[in-house]
Design a protein around this ligand. Sequence first.
Ligand code: SF4
Ligand code: SF4
Length: 177
Amino acid sequence: MAVYRGKYVLRGLGKITPEMEADLDLAYGVCMEYKDGFPCEMCGRCCHQPNIVILPEEVDRVSRAAGIPLHIFVKDNLVRTSDGRMLLRKTDPCAFLGPDNRCGVWKDRPEICRDFPYGVSMFMSRVYMAVVDGSADILGLTDYMDESWPCTGVIRSSISEKVDEARAIRRERTGAQ
Ligand code: SF4
Ligand code: SF4
């Protein structure tokens, strides 16, 4: 299992070659272009998703922000997956989403919540596939995204152009047609 940038798990791969890393960097660049001025409207829809990963170094911070003693937080709010990761225990919505659709631990929320939806594995992997396969349809690859969500609507209306730019850079690097 190889890991890119400490968080993108590439199953079935022993290592990342320099060529693959250059392509991953292109895909990552596309994702990160959304980071500045990201149109989060705090609608709370993403907080109904399962599989909110929490990193070991985030556990103490999030439990404090939630006002839950660490040992109780670990027992009641976390689950461990078979591959050793930790997730917030699945509830719908997330246990920290308030009735006003605001996150109760916003300043201290897990990194995956900060990254959503442009920096999470699913989106990153689809962008990577589209950058590497010049004929892949990025809109088809990202059709799991619900365009009625404020953030994903913006992403899906602009992603094709960004992928095309990354493909052009890749063609220049590799000499591919
Ligand atoms: S669904 Fe998108 S716009 Fe709504 S809160 Fe989540 S990140 Fe923000
Ligand atoms: S921690 Fe906050 S931002 Fe993350 S899923 Fe829960 S309510 Fe949403």
